[in-house]
Design a binder for this molecule. Structure first.
Ligand code: FNR
Length: 342
């Protein structure tokens, strides 16, 4: 990270991929197979929610500080009793073979090189065992698309546990596909309710996190049903188009349950400042999806690593300008909400 910082500063530029998300997307468009790029770039419907996710960040601004030495800054966070090097995690993204032959192994190795936890999707093109065999270093989390078949669910969780995955992420906003790519034949509509979470608790004795929580009522239910955390997420705007932006609901959810369970965040994070804003608004950690996979598509493992390193360097520099030495100092008082987003 220090190298990236120094190199970036010496050359007068941070890695372009983070300072200009549009540039990264353009590079990915050129580098990736068209169907892969179109699939990953897309939002549901008219992309109103995907756009709202980005615009929501523009309504909050960081307040700089001066003459406040912060070197060296500490980006580490503790989640569920484990210390992680960064507050940034890799979101579960399925079927990464669509984007590069390095697929999930490439992304996971890029994450491991920077201490970023990697989350393996149930829908991945690399098996639970294969992933940790080929990418043994670095923390791994497992994301469950919850099958209706109990034996399959139990077996997935057993395999994840046996292979050292630390945290279970249950994605709840994808019981059917909201995207334009949804096919009617898809049909997979698990009809789970809150009570069914008790089964998962029986099969998984580590931390369980619910992904796709977008309101205080559901966050309260997560607490009531003994969950360890939630990820405030609208799936990067790929499910309910017209849904509220994640940053617009984060503060209420963090205020309501943040002292009882771990509130995390994703959807639309593209810069270090975005990460800082979400953390200041109550998230304990932040996931990123598309940008890292664009990096993977552009240049495999090295590309994914460049994007992650760029994001972390951008965050680190931003914290310096804001006079913040460690993540716990990122409080809401370091932000202002503005009426002129831009
Ligand atoms: C996803 N996402 C996702 N989530 C999940 O729980 N399991 C999965 O398999 C996938 N697959 C997936 C594929 C693609 C192509 C995308 C873009 C997204 C959602 C993902 O975890 C995350 O919520 C969003 O990607 C976050 O938004 P950004 O960072 O992409 O804006």
């Amino acid at each position: 990270l220090k190298q990236v910082m120094q190199k970036g500063l010496l050359e007068g530029q941070l890695p372009a991929v983070t300072t200009n998300p549009n540039l990264l997307e353009g590079m990915a468009r050129n580098a990736m197979p068209k169907n892969g790029f179109d699939y990953i770039k897309g939002g549901a419907g008219e992309s109103a929610t995907m756009d709202a996710n980005r615009l929501a960040f523009r309504q909050w601004k960081l307040v700089p500080r001066v003459l406040t030495p912060t070197n060296p800054r500490d980006l580490s966070v503790t989640l569920f009793g484990k210390k992680y090097d960064t507050p940034l995690l890799m979101a579960p993204v399925g079927v990464q073979s669509l984007y590069h032959d390095d697929k999930e192994v490439g992304t996971a190795n890029a994450c491991a090189a920077l201490g970023v936890p990697f989350t393996l999707s149930t829908a991945s093109s690399t098996g639970i065992e294969e992933l940790v065999q080929k990418s043994p270093a670095g923390p791994k989390w497992f994301q469950l698309y919850w099958p209706t078949d109990e034996d399959i669910t139990a077996s997935l969780l057993r395999r994840a546990k046996a292979n050292g995955y630390q945290t279970l992420v249950i994605t709840l906003d994808t019981w059917t596909l909201g995207e334009k790519f949804a096919e009617r034949s898809h049909g997979g509509t698990p009809d789970h309710g809150w009570e069914h979470l008790k089964l998962l608790r029986k099969w998984w004795d580590g931390p369980i996190v619910l992904k796709g929580i977008m309101c205080v009522e559901d966050a309260e239910l997560a607490v009531q049903y003994g969950m360890d955390g939630v990820i405030v997420s609208n799936h990067g705007g790929r499910q309910l188009d017209g849904a509220v932006a994640t940053l617009d609901v984060l503060p209420d959810i963090a205020d309501a349950v943040g002292d009882r369970i771990t509130v995390m965040f994703d959807s639309g994070v593209r810069t270090g400042a975005d990460i800082a804003k979400a953390l200041a608004l109550g998230a304990k950690a932040v996931f990123v999806g598309r940008p890292v996979v664009y990096g993977l598509g552009i240049n495999g493992t090295a590309g994914a690593q460049a994007v992650l390193a760029g994001l972390l360097a951008d965050l680190d520099l931003g914290l310096g300008f804001a006079g913040i030495k460690r993540i716990s100092e990122l409080q809401r008082s370091r932000l202002r909400r503005v009426r002129h987003p831009g």
